[in-house]
Design a protein around this ligand. Structure first.
Ligand SMILES: Cc1cc2nc3c(=O)[nH]c(=O)nc-3n(C[C@H](O)[C@H](O)[C@H](O)COP(=O)(O)O)c2cc1C
Length: 475
């Protein structure tokens, strides 16, 4: 079955901002809803520890093809009625290159659950978004999403050269492999992670025939499109082209990064994707970054795009995973003409510039920031390195400086880094209670067009729906 992708893609927004509720609302209306696939394992285990009060997680788990695996996840994390609100969540970070069966199982189940719920009650396609940079969970995550019938896989933050091949293998329930970037790896080091569905398929269960989803890498330059098409072993179906005003992580400017007086990266003409060249490649593309309006859609179509990908407007709608408190504060800032976004070149350990909405009580709050202790207890943005004893180690510039340096981390890579894993989970109400009893501080990412969200606020209301966004853009 060939899926046709509509004109409006609701962009994947991690962690858990574009959750199953938002994606379902968008897909039901005939546009493409996309769940964020980032750290879904963590999202599931925390929702279960909060007691899954509405029963959605358990309903999805009950429908899973491998009941023993679903039960193991439930047994490990479900807390009847929810854990005490001030007690910490169980730490779940078993990231390792080899022997990661338990981590892989939780990834399979979590990705299945999110797509299952987003697809429930309608027959339109639903997509999932991954960040290439977070490599260890890719294969089990894709397999879980495929088992739930995901229609489109969209990948940003890196060059997803091996994705199309992984998708082809896993659709056929065949073994796949993924090369993990290992800093300083010796030629003889095996940097591949292997994943074989046969190791997870339960006895007596016959696996269904799976549909191959569409695969859209996110790019910022036409040269990347050419490279992906030339070097990918499987099919690339099209592209999302993101500009530097889009919410989330941005591609760094080409060449040496220079900063403006306010400390933001300066982008120039070399950072603009050449759409004429892209058109000649002949694959469909969607434009992202400030296109969330009827004029934006028209402009994109006039430039030969098949449509647009929109984030910020959906991030602030009622179905978004962001806490209502943050969402209301942000919309109020926009209504008061005080909405501001800072493109922070340092805050994210991913090493890419990251758009940060300026809001009190969050990472952008300088007073809170000065009290912040460094931490890395989940590890999604850790990078692998070859240790002197030949083993693979993991380090993150958001962890305490001494530990990072002791692992051979570059001291120039430390300043300003924050554990965005913890902070992004706090933004969706799944923040950790830290050792000193304090709660992790949220971080909100939005695009430069955040002030324009006021178009959607009828009579000064702080609440609008995904349907309002779609109706507005469709004009
Ligand atoms: C809250 C938020 C989180 C985002 N997270 C991701 C992400 O996890 N992966 C990704 O590829 N893009 C992410 N983005 C980018 C969006 O998918 C989309 O491309 C972008 O927001 C479009 O630009 P706009 O914000 O001007 O509409 C995020 C954007 C926002 C606003």
């Amino acid at each position: 079955m060939n899926i046709s992708i509509p004109k409006i893609i609701q962009g994947g927004m991690g962690i858990g901002v574009s959750n199953w509720r938002l994606a379902k609302a968008v897909s039901k209306l005939g546009e493409l809803g996309v769940v964020s696939g980032t750290a879904l394992d963590q999202v599931l285990v925390r929702r279960l520890q909060d007691g899954d009060l509405a029963g959605d997680m358990r309903r999805a788990l009950a429908s899973f093809l491998f009941p023993k695996m679903a039960q193991r996840v439930l047994d490990a994390f479900f807390v009847e009625g929810g854990k005490e609100s001030d007690s910490p969540y169980k730490i779940f970070n078993v990231m390792s290159l080899k022997n990661s069966k338990w981590f892989d199982e939780v990834c399979i189940v979590a990705n299945y659950v999110e797509i299952f719920l987003a697809r429930e009650g309608h027959s339109n396609p639903v997509g999932i978004n991954y960040l290439e940079k977070i490599q260890l969970p890719h294969m089990p995550s894709i397999y879980g999403a495929l088992l739930a019938g995901v229609g489109v896989v969209i990948v940003g933050a890196g060059i997803p050269l091996e994705f199309s091949n992984v998708i082809e293998c896993l659709v056929n329930h065949e073994q796949s492999e993924y090369t993990i970037n290992v800093h300083g790896a010796l030629p003889e080091t095996d940097c591949k992670k292997y994943f074989n569905p046969a190791d997870y398929i339960e006895e007596g269960v016959s696996v269904p025939e799976l549909n191959r989803p569409r695969f859209l890498p996110i790019i910022s330059a036409d040269s990347l499109a050419t490279m992906l098409l030339r070097k990918s072993e499987g099919t690339v179906d099209g592209f999302v082209v993101e500009t530097s005003i889009a919410g989330g992580h941005n591609a760094p400017p080409r060449g040496k990064m220079t900063l403006s007086e306010s400390g933001e990266p300066i982008y120039g003409t070399r950072d603009v994707c050449n759409l004429e060249k892209l058109r000649k490649i002949g694959k469909p593309f969607w434009l992202a970054g400030g296109f969330g309006s009827p004029e934006g859609l028209k402009k994109a179509l006039d430039k030969g795009a098949s449509g647009i990908q929109v984030g910020t407007d959906f991030a602030l709608c009622m179905e978004s995973g962001m806490t209502t408190e943050l969402r209301h504060k942000l919309v109020q800032l926009a209504l008061d003409d005080k909405a501001k976004v800072f493109t922070d070149p340092q805050v994210s350990p991913a090493g890419f510039p990251f758009k940060v909405a300026q809001i009190e009580g969050s990472v952008s709050d300088k007073v809170l920031d000065s009290k912040r202790k460094k931490i890395c207890d989940m590890g999604y943005l850790r990078t692998a390195y070859q240790r002197d004893d030949g083993k693979i180690g993991w380090r993150c510039p958001a962890e305490p400086d001494a530990a990072f340096i002791a692992k051979g981390g570059n001291p120039d890579n430390i300043a300003g880094r924050t554990c965005v894993c913890n902070s992004l989970l706090a933004t969706i109400g799944l923040g950790q209670t830290l050792r000193d009893g304090s709660k992790s501080v949220p971080v909100v990412t939005l695009g430069d067009d955040f002030p324009k969200v006021t178009h959607l606020c009828k009579d000064g209301s702080l609440d609008y729906t995904a349907e309002d966004v779609i109706k507005y853009i469709r004009g």
